[in-house]
Design a protein around this ligand. Structure first.
Ligand SMILES: *[C@@H]1O[C@H](CO)[C@@H](O)[C@H](O)[C@H]1NC(C)=O
Ligand SMILES: *[C@@H]1O[C@H](CO)[C@@H](O)[C@H](O)[C@H]1NC(C)=O
Ligand SMILES: *[C@@H]1O[C@H](CO)[C@@H](O)[C@H](O)[C@H]1NC(C)=O
Ligand SMILES: *[C@@H]1O[C@H](CO)[C@@H](O)[C@H](O)[C@H]1NC(C)=O
Ligand SMILES: *[C@@H]1O[C@H](CO)[C@@H](O)[C@H](O)[C@H]1NC(C)=O
Length: 400
């Protein structure tokens, strides 16, 4: 069974309320950054908020994940919280083949001929291309220095933020990679890690009954939409009966607890899970997402999309596996309550590659808008982000 299928798409809790506003922009990017066999381009969507930006200020650049970019923009309030003090321009870039950034319209997913340009490598090249365009548009007054850019991302977007800094080191001064399981590939970590952390975090905050109930209902749980400051704890407080007599009452209890995830604000009129999941781009994610059983993954991929991944080692060849020794200026933050943290960077690697383990943090908590009820550990993580970003800018301006 594919873990990721069970957990929907990266366990990304989504909000549908439109709190933040942007200008919607588009940039024409090459369909294929790595060959000269064609000159086709397509329109990549990005969101810009320049309300806090002052000329000469930096760019905060969110590397979009597997879904409509609006979803991620609405769940990353941290960028808005800190933009005023840095006078930063806020940009959220959509990932190719998701949302509106589909190169071949409704044909994009219909055959390998069209779908073959969907890869993290092409997406990173899109981001670098867009960053260069932004740097020209928002050039500082003296036009000598480039406008410094900080990459932000959570989940798969966090992997992209980190990889952007590694693969294109001069495109961004640093990267905040939240809940980025960059070590989920071959031989990098045992699969069981994921389940272990799920179980231990629910147990710690909710007790044994909660764990047992959850275990019985894994397949039902799709974590979508807005969250209270301590979602796991609140979730478990709703499921505390030792045993449920039948499947209906089990599902009912979980359903009520799921309101924490699907209707925390109490304003959700109808939980259109399918619609929300659709916005997350399940179809493209199936194509991109890597499974632990390579052969099974390869066969599934061929069946569904007509292509096979090249080789199990490719992610490691492309992104260096566990060797981060040539990278710098990345903060990897992981919530200890987040199952994906098992595949994250959890120790300080060098003085420039910092790991933050957020003891009360769930998935992506530190990039969310601040809330008075946030645990201290989440507040501390955000403070470390601010300190590191300040340090990167100081170094940048010192050198330029
Ligand atoms: C940018 O975001 C801020 C904070 O939500 C909002 O007040 C402002 O109107 C937004 N600016 C634009 C151009 O949408
Ligand atoms: C794509 O959209 C066009 C125009 O709306 C429609 O005619 C066509 O049948 C669609 N193709 C597919 C494969 O859905
Ligand atoms: C509950 O669901 C499980 C899994 O589908 C099934 O094996 C079991 O028989 C069901 N129990 C009842 C009482 O329907
Ligand atoms: C969300 O919560 C509110 C308030 O408790 C309730 O009236 C509403 O029916 C809930 N929505 C759904 C979809 O359950
Ligand atoms: C890494 O170093 C920072 C300070 O630079 C510290 O706050 C953090 O706790 C360290 N992380 C780990 C996992 O030890």
């Amino acid at each position: 069974m594919k873990l990721v299928t069970v957990f929907s798409v990266f366990l990304f809790p989504l909000i549908l309320a439109e709190d933040y506003t942007f200008d919607i922009q588009h940039v024409q990017v090459p369909l294929d950054h790595f060959s000269y066999t064609g000159s086709r381009t397509f329109s990549l969507k990005y969101l810009v908020n320049d309300t806090f930006y002052l000329k000469g200020g930096p760019i905060f650049f969110y590397t979009g994940n597997e879904g409509d970019i609006e979803m991620f923009a609405q769940n990353s309030g941290f960028l808005f919280d800190i933009a005023p003090r840095f006078k930063a321009l806020i940009v959220f870039a959509e990932h190719r083949y998701y949302g509106e950034s589909v190169p071949f319209g409704n044909l994009s997913y219909t055959s390998p001929e069209y779908l073959g340009y969907l890869s993290s490598s092409q997406a990173l090249a899109d981001f670098v291309y867009l960053i260069n365009e932004l740097q020209k548009t928002y050039a500082p007054t003296n036009n000598v220095n480039k406008t410094p850019v900080v990459a932000f991302g959570g989940s798969y977007g966090g992997m992209l933020a980190a990889w952007l800094k590694m693969k294109y080191p001069n495109s961004v001064v640093g990267a905040i990679a939240s809940s980025a399981p960059i070590w989920m590939f071959k031989d990098e970590n045992p699969c069981e890690e994921f389940y272990g952390i799920v179980t231990s975090s629910f147990k710690e905050l909710g007790g044994e009954n909660c764990v047992n109930t959850i275990k019985k209902s894994w397949a039902v749980i799709r974590f979508l939409k807005p969250l209270p400051a301590n979602p796991v704890k609140e979730f478990c407080s709703k499921i505390n009966a030792p045993e449920y007599s039948d499947n209906i009452s089990l599902l009912k209890a979980v359903g009520e607890a799921l309101q924490i995830y699907t209707n925390y604000t109490g304003t959700t009129k109808c939980n259109d899970i399918l619609k929300t999941a659709d916005k997350l781009g399940d179809s493209g994610w199936g194509f991109q997402n890597y499974d632990w059983n390579f052969e099974e993954y390869s066969n599934g991929c061929f069946q569904q999309y007509g292509v096979r991944p090249r080789n199990e080692d490719v992610p490691i060849l492309l992104y260096g596996g566990k060797d981060l020794s040539t990278a710098n200026n990345i903060v990897f933050s992981n919530g200890r309550l987040d199952p994906w943290s098992g595949y994250g960077v959890l120790r300080n690697y060098t003085s420039d590659i910092i790991a933050i383990v957020i003891s009360d943090g769930a998935h992506h908590s530190d990039l969310r808008v601040s809330n008075p009820n946030d645990p201290e550990s989440v507040k501390n993580a955000r403070q470390i982000h601010v300190n590191q970003i300040t340090k990167w800018f100081n170094e940048y301006y010192f050198k330029h």
